[in-house]
Ligand binder design. Structure first.
Ligand code: MSP
Length: 509
């Protein structure tokens, strides 16, 4: 059986247009999906939109349209942005789709029949934007939401409850047995201490609004938006519809999320699944948040970054690359025009772009555009090849752990080694002296570039292909096998390479 990999993004609320935060998680998932595909995995990559709930109902009301109209309008902005960003998702769930509603009703009923959902009454402080209740003790300054700091309101309603309190020990056991269930470690610790603090039953229905999925046994109750939303991860791979697809891909390998929605994914979601007798996901990875030029991103500050604009100005691969080269995945980061310009000019135009153009020019001039298998090899040639091989292994280790930042550091160590190799071996001198080692050095450079482009492929799918084309390789990079390509070789069907336009033009400040 071939290797399978299932990765998801959160499904995005459609009360708001897509911004850099949404792009971040989605590009992160795309990077892993592309990486796994060239490593030989059959990948299912799911994203989608979260279209129910009070927040959406209120936003639609403000615009004087129905929630359905709002959803139909905004969903296209997400779909279009994913095209612009070259997102290679294989599935997309809208929670308003019939196939999803059917799954949610089925699961609610099942958990109810099991005795894990019961009818009770609820009174507490409710935060509308977060769709979450808080106790007195949890409130900030006695009235504000501890998460978003906006005012909460006292609400009392009849409600169905999920017996979350019964799942504390099981969750602790899961966390104990699977130390990488939640990544990075700081988030694991956060979840563990939350669970150790004791769990209260969770309200899973609302009667204060109507935009959502009615509870199967009492239609004036609407299924809590998080209960509804999390289930998308099952709907998307054919739960109740296509057993073969479902059994192939579940349990999910990785849910990628932002740190703000950790508790829903790492505490509630596995508990719902355990109640259903379905295995929990293998990993949950929570990333940090972006600020903009040092400030929290917010509509009122007017500093919300539209990824379409950034792409227009800097290029799509440049944007994708920046997001993961600038900040270790998992930590918070700051987006600024200065930082993205600095990254593009430094890493891409100077270090990597120059390496490509110098190498291509020399292969054109000294070898008539084609590299050949070397006849003689010196110590330094072997050393360079060996170092590159080690760095590829390091890269793979980091990619497996979602350490994109470190993986990219290894890639740029390769470019730095190759740039130094050109300077120290001076191929133009070897050519002038008629030394056959010129072939060896250019062969190593060509191979170094070839593998570097492949390592960058998950981050920069378009540019890496341009580099392959520029160095005479006609293959589609997205179709290759990582293991076959990571060794140094010489190809017979290499196209002769000539002059190329700069692949990474400099950005003027
Ligand atoms: N609909 C829920 C998720 C349900 S998943 C079953 C939701 N949607 S959201 O649209 O509000 O947020 C989606 C993601 O965007 C979250 O992972 C969140 O962390 C991320 N981001 C929102 N703003 C962000 C930044 N400023 N920076 C980085 N990511 C941020 O929550």
């Amino acid at each position: 059986m071939s290797k399978r990999y299932y990765i998801t993004t959160p499904i995005y609320y459609i009360n708001d247009v897509p911004h850099i935060g949404h792009a971040y998680t989605t590009v992160a998932a795309d990077i892993m999906a592309r990486y796994k595909r060239i490593c030989g995995y059959d990948v299912f990559f799911l994203t989608g939109t979260d279209e129910h709930g009070q927040k959406v109902e209120k936003a639609a009301e403000l615009q004087g349209i129905s929630p359905r109209e709002l959803a139909d309008r905004t969903v296209h902005q997400f779909i279009d942005l994913w095209k612009v960003l070259n997102i290679s998702n294989t599935g997309f769930v809208r929670t308003t789709e019939e196939r999803h509603k059917k799954v949610v009703r089925y699961i609610f009923q099942k958990v109810f029949e099991k005795g894990d959902i019961y009818l009770g009454a609820y009174e507490d402080w409710y935060c509308v934007p977060c769709e979450t209740y808080f106790t007195d003790l949890q409130l900030h300054d006695g009235i504000h939401c501890p998460d978003c700091h906006r005012p909460t309101e006292k609400l009392k309603e009849e409600s169905y409850f999920f017996k979350l309190s019964q799942y504390g020990d099981k969750l602790l056991k899961l966390l104990e047995e699977q130390k990488d269930f939640v990544m990075p470690e700081v988030r694991y610790n956060e979840v563990a201490s939350f669970v150790k603090g004791g769990l209260r039953d969770l309200s899973v229905s609302r009667t204060s609004f109507t935009w959502g999925i009615p509870v199967p046994m009492k239609a004036n109750h609407i299924v809590y938006v998080w209960f509804d939303a999390l289930i998308n991860y099952l709907t998307g791979i054919g739960f109740l519809e296509d057993d073969e697809l479902f059994n192939t891909f579940w349990p999910c390998d990785a849910h990628l999320i932002g740190k703000d929605i950790l508790r829903f994914h790492a505490v509630y979601w596995p508990s719902f699944l355990m109640s259903l007798g379905i295995q929990p996901p293998k990993h949950i990875f929570a990333h940090g948040w972006w600020t903009i030029e040092g400030h929290k991103m917010s509509k009122s500050l007017g500093n919300v970054i539209d990824p379409n604009e950034v792409v227009k100005q800097y290029g799509v691969d440049e944007f994708r690359f920046f997001l993961f080269r600038e900040v270790p995945f998992g930590l918070d980061g700051d987006f600024s025009r200065k930082a993205i310009t600095h990254r593009i000019n430094g890493d891409l135009a100077n270090d990597f772009g120059n390496l490509v153009s110098r190498s291509v020019a020399m292969i054109g001039k000294f070898l008539k555009g084609k590299v050949e298998k070397p006849e003689t090899r010196g110590g330094i040639d072997e050393h360079v090849e060996e170092r590159v091989r080690q760095l590829i292994d390091e890269y793979q280790k980091e990619m497996e752990a979602f350490s994109y930042y470190k993986a990219l550091q290894h890639v740029f160590e390769i470019t730095s080694i190759l740039n130094k190799y050109i300077d120290s071996e001076a191929p133009w001198k070897l050519a002038k002296e008629g030394d056959p080692r010129v072939k060896t050095v250019l062969y190593n450079l060509w191979n170094g570039l070839r593998v570097t482009a492949m390592l960058l492929y998950p981050f920069m799918p378009v540019k890496s292909q341009s580099i392959w084309n520029a160095i005479g390789i006609g293959k589609m990079i997205e179709k290759v096998s990582f293991d076959e390509e990571k060794v140094f070789y010489c190809i017979d069907d290499m196209a002769a390479i000539g002059k190329i336009a700069p692949i990474f033009p400099r950005i003027e400040d």
